[in-house]
Ligand binder design. Structure first.
Ligand code: SUG
Length: 416
């Protein structure tokens, strides 16, 4: 059996909109009320997947969840006195950011030799807390092969869990035993600390990880204040390499030492605050990148286009490509529609180290399926959504119909 890293990207749903729902997420706040372009957004996502399919030879995806969520609409007892944000929450397409779908511990790390997934409860934000039941149902289908996968229940409230966005894994190669690093925030600041330490710890226990191969690290409260609402906004790991901003962790040197104690081969690529100030790193999402190992063993960083447009960030990237560190290529991709809600290339994917043969093949991409996805999106996804449209029954019908068309195109009607 050959284990490899499969990225499951979230297909951007037909209700994608900018309602400014995420306190502490600067992009979401600054684009509140803008018109959104769901069709363009979803096509940007498919183009990113095609690029990675060509680079890595394998690519998966997860589907948009049912929206508007009528159960949440009735639970909220919506009427004209309810705040606009309450009206918007049941329409959110936030499940596109699959780095928040679950925490994943690959088979080599777990006591029973299976790959364990815990769906994230996302309880800190109302519009995200509605995701997990449908996400869990989908994961149970995609990873339904019980000889290889276990899908757990969520961490119980009040422990906030935001999934893989706060989880990093270090290993010699993806199929080898790994050290799993859980990054949590300490509550009490201006913005919510969305990942709670106890949620991370219980996920590690539930997955049957070796305590000697788990590291728990506190996120820098100043990074949360600056808009790093998840650790993956300021750090990303791949195999031996940690690519991180110098202000990512509460105790930066202590974090490196703790990881190195469990994983001596750690190689840190640290970007100093003078090279790229924290605010610029968060604005451009330099670290919300996919750090991938190419077939020749070298690493490439898939970054948002916004990085190329920033003189500071791009000059850092050019210097890195010219140097002799582990990251030899930087590839900008256009995911602007997602970026405007605070979701970069890394947010849009859930990494699952597994044998692709053990996954339900309906969730795996090939070129023909990418064509089918694009055709469905081009013909059924709304072109534009203005904030006032969210109350419209005709928009609700188009969103529901578009998702059904997608389920049909992928033979996944059972998710209907
Ligand atoms: O949870 N944005 C998402 C972005 C998630 C990014 N994921 C990772 N960093 N892995 C969030 O804040 C915006 C929704 C709105 O404003 O309508 C939103 O939910």
């Amino acid at each position: 059996m050959s284990l490899t890293e499969v990225n499951f990207d979230g297909i951007v749903g037909p209700s994608h909109n900018y309602a400014g729902l995420s306190l502490g997420n600067m992009a979401s706040a600054s684009h509140k009320g803008d018109p959104s372009y769901p069709r363009a957004a979803a096509l940007q996502g498919v183009a990113k997947m095609r690029g990675n399919l060509a680079r890595l030879g394998v690519q998966g995806f997860l589907l948009p969840l049912p929206r508007p969520n009528s159960a949440l609409q009735s639970a909220l007892a919506l009427d004209e006195t309810a705040a606009p944000q309450l009206h918007a929450a049941p329409w959110s397409a936030s499940s596109m950011w699959t780095a928040n779908a679950a925490t994943v511990s690959p088979a080599p790390d777990t006591a029973d030799g299976k790959c364990h997934l815990t769906p994230a409860n996302l309880i800190t934000m109302l519009h995200r807390a509605q995701e997990w039941p449908d996400t869990k149902r989908m994961l149970e289908i995609a990873f339904g092969n019980r000889d290889h996968f276990t899908v757990h229940g969520i961490a119980p409230p009040t422990f906030g869990d935001e999934g893989a966005a706060n989880h990093m894994r270090f290993c010699e190669r993806h199929g080898a035993v790994g050290v799993e690093v859980f990054v949590y925030g300490r509550p009490g600041g201006r913005f919510p600390a969305r990942q709670h330490e106890q949620a991370s710890r219980l996920v590690a226990r539930a997955h049957g990880l070796d305590p000697a191969k788990c590291v728990f690290i506190e996120q820098n409260p100043a990074a949360i204040e600056a808009g790093a609402f998840h650790n993956d906004v300021v750090a990303v790991a791949n195999e031996r390499v940690l690519f991180t901003h110098a202000e990512a962790f509460a105790d930066q040197q202590g974090a490196y030492e703790a990881i190195r104690a469990a994983f001596p081969a750690l190689e840190v690529v640290e970007v100093s605050s003078s090279a790229v100030p924290l605010d610029e790193a968060i604005r451009t999402y330099l670290f919300n990148a996919q750090l991938i190992t190419k077939s020749d063993g070298s690493m490439a960083l898939i970054v948002p286009e916004e990085c190329r447009e920033s003189p500071l960030v791009w000059s850092y990237c050019e210097g890195m490509m010219a140097g002799n560190g582990p990251i030899r290529e930087v590839v900008p991709v256009d995911v602007r529609q997602s970026m405007a809600n605070g979701g970069g290339p890394a947010c849009l994917r859930l990494r699952v180290v597994c044998d692709p043969e053990t996954v339900d093949s309906r969730f795996l991409l090939d070129e023909a399926k990418a064509d089918r996805l694009e055709k469905t999106i081009r013909t059924t996804w709304p072109k534009q959504i203005d904030p006032g449209d969210l109350a419209s029954p005709s928009l609700a019908k188009s969103v529901v119909d578009a998702r059904y068309a997608l389920l049909g195109a992928l033979q996944l009607e059972q998710l209907g």
